[in-house]
Design a protein around this ligand. Structure first.
Ligand code: ZN
Length: 89
């Protein structure tokens, strides 16, 4: 569910609103004064990190977990097919 921030045109208060599927933009009211004259602003919360900063923020143990999981997959061993091959006679 997205979270949007709205700035009030009456009192300049900023409030965050969680949008469920049934939430309509015109239902949003300023949480400080109740005014409907609010304008959507770019949320500090909803700004997504780019992928590289997300990855660098991950715990290094996930690297090992991914490696261990991949190693268990049958297709991950490049020599698997070579071992099944029989030389021509
Ligand atoms: Zn307000």
């Amino acid at each position: 569910m997205p979270i949007y921030e709205f700035e009030c045109r009456e009192c300049a208060g900023v409030s965050s609103h969680l949008f469920r599927s049934d939430t309509r933009m015109e239902d949003v009211r300023c949480k400080a004064c109740g005014s409907a004259r609010v304008e959507k602003i770019l949320s500090r919360i909803a700004v997504h990190k780019d992928l590289s900063s997300q990855l660098s923020g991950l715990d290094p143990k996930y690297d090992k977990m991914v490696d261990a999981t991949v190693a268990k997959q049958p297709g991950s061993d490049p020599d698997r097919l070579l071992r099944k091959m029989k030389p021509f006679k």
